[in-house]
Design a protein around this ligand. Sequence first.
Ligand SMILES: CC(=O)N[C@H]1[C@@H](OP(=O)(O)OP(=O)(O)OC[C@H]2O[C@@H](n3ccc(=O)[nH]c3=O)[C@H](O)[C@@H]2O)O[C@H](CO)[C@@H](O)[C@@H]1O[C@H](C)C(=O)N[C@@H](C)C(=O)N[C@H](CCC(=O)O)C(=O)O
Ligand SMILES: Nc1ncnc2c1ncn2[C@@H]1O[C@H](COP(=O)(O)OP(=O)(O)OP(=O)(O)O)[C@@H](O)[C@H]1O
Ligand SMILES: N[C@H](CCC[C@H](N)C(=O)O)C(=O)O
Ligand SMILES: [Mg+2]
Length: 496
Amino acid sequence: MPTDVPQSSLIALGLTPHSGGDRQITGLSVDSRQVRPGHLFAALPGTKVHGADFVPAALAKGAVAVLTDRAGAALVQAALSEAGATLVVAEDPRQALAYAAALFFGQQPATMIAVTGTNGKTSVATFTRQIWQVLGYEAVNIGTTGVEGAYSAPSNHTTPEPITLHRLLAEMAKTGITHAAMEASSHGLAQKRLDGVTLRAAAFTNFTQDHLDYHATFEDYFAAKAGLFGRVLPEDGVAVINMDDPKGEAMAEIAHARGQRVIRVGHGEECEMRLLGKRPDATGQDVRFAWEGKPQMVRLSLIGEFQAMNVLTAAALVIGCGADPLSVVQALGHLTTVRGRMQQVAVRENGATVFVDYAHTPDAVATALSALRPHVLGKIVVIVGAGGDRDRTKRPLMGRAATDHADMVFVTDDNPRTEDPALIRAAVMEGAGPTAIEVGDRAEAILLAVDKLEPGDALLIAGKGHETGQVIGTDVYPFDDAEQASVAVAALDGKI
Ligand SMILES: CC(=O)N[C@H]1[C@@H](OP(=O)(O)OP(=O)(O)OC[C@H]2O[C@@H](n3ccc(=O)[nH]c3=O)[C@H](O)[C@@H]2O)O[C@H](CO)[C@@H](O)[C@@H]1O[C@H](C)C(=O)N[C@@H](C)C(=O)N[C@H](CCC(=O)O)C(=O)O
Ligand SMILES: Nc1ncnc2c1ncn2[C@@H]1O[C@H](COP(=O)(O)OP(=O)(O)OP(=O)(O)O)[C@@H](O)[C@H]1O
Ligand SMILES: N[C@H](CCC[C@H](N)C(=O)O)C(=O)O
Ligand SMILES: [Mg+2]
């Protein structure tokens, strides 16, 4: 066995053997198909099946120990003693796995933060990383767009699973990464994926509708997010809370109750990081804000008030982690657009602009369009759609938000996945109303929308942001909104 393969005893990983005695393990897996000889297999209760069903398969592949809950233990005890493998039973096996993975891989960047909220996680994590880099730190952001910054890696999840996450964190720490900003998705929090991460600070951006396919109720969805402050962030951590959100007060209460230092961000007088005013123009905005009562000015090459709020949230996180506030303020002028978030991707010969944005919730569509309005003198055209195999109830609300906040609406396909695209569009159209134009093919919708642009107008292509593929059925077809917009502009302006 190569010497760089980490090894550890179960007890050293905080896992107490229930039967079979302590073991040296050479790896961890949650999927029986990924088990290697010497592994601990975590047989987790799932939404579809119980991982315990796959214990025989895991043992056949060489697993020497199994971590599971009580229900799982009852199912696998006999098979384990027959194979001479160790059983570990935990009240919460997902949390036990997260702690074990952190100990197994050993290292993580010394300064880590996490961001939760329905919208804005990727943006805040990216700005946090950018500020750290301007200050001279080796920094990354980890989330929907993969790992970016001083280290690059793709990612299938917004919040990676604990094993993948801690392998990655250890690898990055070894290469000298000292600062990491993570996204904490509600799935990730509910499944305790980041419980083994040592956080210095955490932020809450906002709470609106999404993922009601996974979380049974709004309360469950909120409880998952609140877990970041109520459980994951330690007592000596710093909580950065957006007080403009109706749930800000409740989140700040949770942080206070844990004894965490709270930095409030928002428009209100009570906020330590307070937005005082902004002057939007075609290429960005001048922003006036106050840090602990002291007014500051910065020029941001970013569109939309929500991006200014995301920047202030990121600044508060960096300050919360100990950076000098004045240096942080000075760094803000260097920030650049987050890929696929209110990103200007093309300009027509007549001056009309095209933006790509990742708004895929009703609130995000409303926020993105109203944020764009003060930067635009003419009309706003929007392209909107909704993804298949996701929260169905948000579809008409997204259509409605588009009609309420734009002057012209095109309804098209997002990622239909395994659903019938026509039915998804019909649900979006129901909210968008009779004035909306339905065009199934996304490339055609972009071409038609770009064609409507007159001087001073802007088009917002919502929903897919940085994505480079369109998922139809289970296949992924190359598709990039930014590229399609450039092609449409070039074609209509007679450049190709
Ligand atoms: C809905 C959801 O989050 N599901 C996660 C959950 O799976 P599950 O409970 O559905 O698992 P299951 O299919 O019932 O199987 C139970 C167990 O048996 C195991 N198994 C299954 C089959 C097999 O042959 N062998 C085997 O061992 C599975 O690995 C699992 O541990 O537990 C699994 C193991 O921890 C996760 O991999 C899986 O994430 C899946 C891949 C996923 O797609 N999650 C998405 C929805 C997600 O997490 N998204 C958020 C972003 C959301 C957002 O903000 O937009 C993210 O952070 O990326
Ligand atoms: N602070 C905010 N308030 C409201 N809407 C926002 C905010 N920040 C971003 N948005 C909207 O949400 C979209 C997604 O932003 P971002 O990718 O930063 O969010 P996210 O929380 O990471 O999303 P995901 O759940 O997909 O990971 C943006 O394109 C924008 O339309
Ligand atoms: N992380 C989100 C992204 C949605 C992006 C949108 N393009 C879609 O496919 O619905 C989700 O998986 O729900
Ligand atoms: Mg994200």
